[in-house]
Design a protein around this ligand. Structure first.
Ligand code: IMP
Length: 207
């Protein structure tokens, strides 16, 4: 039988504010008291894996063992069909680390532009299909882990649209929708996103 999560403190093993915000909202109804790895001052491990599952496991185990609390990590990214699944596990890296007014951040517009540039090189009829993928790993402090994967299919638009969400949201139009993730309010995105789908599986298994 799968081990269950009991109500109490849980570390969100991420330093990405957008993910922490979405995971906090998704955890809301389940009696957990989430605290982010950043606010606990936990180190950010290097993501040396070559799959979403490996990287999610690295992050969740690092936070669980350092804090003594169960920890939930998300490794996610954009899978562009015509680019053979790229940027995939390197989705964040394509935005490179930059300094903006004294603080470190990433340039998401540049990253979306790189994807668009590669699609343009394939010609005007390039397949614009893409999916967001999310793997969640829950790790307990004793080293046990559980993995859950969610996926949302859609297509890429250019120019990007909307100022909501984070990362590549303005360039992603979920299948059948009129609004990009960057134009949707958070509740609408949370109803259909890759993260929400992985989360539904986690809730079924662990609560
Ligand atoms: P990582 O999981 O920390 O390696 O980063 C994954 C990257 O994928 C994020 O930094 C975002 O750029 C992108 N990403 C993952 N999920 C989303 C999403 O829901 N919206 C937009 N971008 C996302």
């Amino acid at each position: 039988m799968t081990r269950k999560l009991t109500p109490g403190r849980l570390v969100i093993a991420s330093h990405n504010e957008g993910k922490v915000r979405e995971i906090t909202a998704l955890l809301g109804p389940h009696g957990m008291a989430p605290v982010s790895a950043g606010s606990l001052g936990l180190p950010e491990p290097e993501e040396t894996g070559t799959t979403f599952a490996e990287n999610a496991t690295i992050k969740a185990l690092a936070s669980a063992t350092a804090s003594g609390l169960p920890a939930l990590a998300d490794d996610s990214g954009l899978d562009v069909r015509a680019l053979g699944g790229r940027p995939g596990v390197y989705t964040a890296d394509w935005a490179e680390r930059q300094w903006f007014e004294g603080a470190e951040g990433r340039d998401w517009y540049m990253a979306m532009g790189k994807v668009e540039g590669l699609l343009c090189e394939l010609g005007p009829d390039a397949d614009r299909a893409a999916a967001f993928v999310c793997t969640l790993c829950l790790a307990w402090p004793d080293g046990e882990t559980a993995l859950f994967e969610g996926r949302v299919e859609g297509s890429l638009v250019w120019p990007p649209r909307g100022k909501l969400g984070f990362g590549y949201d303005p360039a992603f139009l979920p299948g059948g929708a009129a609004l990009t993730f960057g134009e949707m309010d958070p509740a609408a995105k949370n109803a259909i996103s890759h993260r929400a789908r992985a989360f539904d599986l986690l809730v079924d298994a662990l609560f």
